[in-house]
Design a protein. Structure first.
Length: 391
């Protein structure tokens, strides 16, 4: 089978990587006022050069900055847009860890004023990445516009000017994202990944009940969220690839269980995207039948970033073969289910260290999940298996 020269690739990845200790120390020192912003940027630049070299070394075609300039995959929009509260409110949704413990997801600010773009969400970070990528295609990752509503929902709009007017709020979010898309393209971005959690979390009936208890209709949310994503990417230039990554939360058993069946028609068959990177590392993601509604590529997230053990090659091949019953093999690919570190830290119980390795707020360094050598072996394994399947 011929090698893909346009993304998404047969062996792809979601984008985030475990932060090296030097970078974590620099960010902590900056937050404590011990070093300047220029010194923090220097530490970020050094770490990004190393993680770019790692991706090139293992043979990946898509190259990210590891999300090393972020504290979290989700929060850039909140941090770089005026109109949000300084205080945060609890998430409506819950993680279940491997040991059975249950805790709320990360808290988020709420809109207390009209939204106004202050800084780019990720375009400036991407521009810096392009300067160090010598082989492969730089990829930009951006939190889906839906995450800026989902975790606190309509109650999160009540303190400010959007009270009772979700559509107006989402329209203002969209306007900022559309400007971001133009800036990304101008910076050279030709591969954009939209990181989408809410739609996958809504596949779980328990979460639909949570949404109903907030006074919202989950089916209406799915429709509105799908339209929001589509409106963000549908008018992109023809030479810009856009994909959607979906997962249910990158810790333990995540925030949901339930297949993609409810998204087949309103999302997979509808969005103007070139493909999907889909969580499929455990049974909580359901079966492959919904893939038949996808018009582009389906990159199967069968490799776990939460556990260090390598997945058996025969098992990975069997699952790809099973998926090919619903979508042609040439439109399939392989990836991890999520990034290696969705934030600079990982919750206790997510498969990593506990006790003395834990930091404030029940957080450990993401490197507690696995070693940096194991992270690299996971990626080598991914590329090896993809080459065996697709050549």
């Amino acid at each position: 089978m011929s090698e893909r020269t346009r993304p998404p690739f047969r062996a792809d990845h979601v984008g985030s990587f475990m932060r090296p200790p030097e970078l974590l120390k620099a960010r902590g020192d900056y937050d404590a006022g011990k070093i300047s912003l220029a010194e923090l940027r220097s530490a970020e630049d050094a770490a990004i050069r190393d993680v770019v070299a790692l991706q090139q070394r293992v043979g990946l075609s898509s190259i990210t900055d590891g999300e090393f300039r972020r504290n979290s995959w989700r929060d850039n929009f909140f941090e770089r847009t005026d109109g949000f509260s300084r205080d945060k409110v609890p998430s409506s949704f819950f993680f279940t860890q491997y040991d059975g413990r249950v805790h709320r997801g990360g808290s988020a600010p709420v809109a207390v004023g009209r939204l106004k773009r202050r800084d780019p969400i990720t375009a400036d970070d991407f521009a810096a990445l392009t300067k160090v990528v010598t082989k492969g295609m730089p990829k930009a990752t951006i939190p889906s516009p839906t995450v800026n509503h989902f975790f606190s929902g309509d109650p999160g709009l009540a303190p400010g000017p959007y009270k009772g007017d979700r559509r107006a709020y989402l329209a203002d979010v969209l306007a900022i994202y559309q400007r971001e898309l133009k800036d990304l393209y101008a910076a050279g971005c030709r591969y954009l990944q939209v990181d989408e959690v809410p739609l996958a979390v809504l596949c779980d009936e328990r979460n639909q009940e949570i949404v109903r208890a907030r006074g919202e209709d989950p089916n209406e949310l799915i429709q509105q969220y799908a339209q929001l994503i589509d409106d963000f990417v549908k008018d992109r230039p023809a030479d810009m690839t856009a994909v959607v990554h979906m997962c249910r939360g990158n810790a333990g058993h995540g925030q949901a269980s339930g297949g993609y069946d409810g998204l087949a028609e309103p999302v997979f068959a509808r969005l103007s995207v070139d493909g999907y990177l889909l969580e499929y590392d455990t049974a909580r993601a359901g079966g492959f039948e919904p893939l038949k509604s996808i018009r582009g590529m389906a990159i199967l997230g069968l490799i776990s970033t939460k556990l260090p053990a390598l997945e058996p090659i025969d098992e990975l091949k069997r699952k790809v073969e099973e998926a090919s019953k619903f979508i042609p093999l040439e439109r399939l690919g392989l990836s991890p289910q999520c990034g290696f570190a969705s934030s600079a830290g990982a919750p206790i119980g997510s498969g990593g260290a506990t006790g003395s390795a834990a930091g404030a707020g029940g957080v450990i360094q993401a490197s507690g999940r696995m070693s940096f050598a194991e992270e690299e072996r996971k990626l080598e394994h991914l590329v090896k298996v993809a080459r065996q399947i697709w050549g």
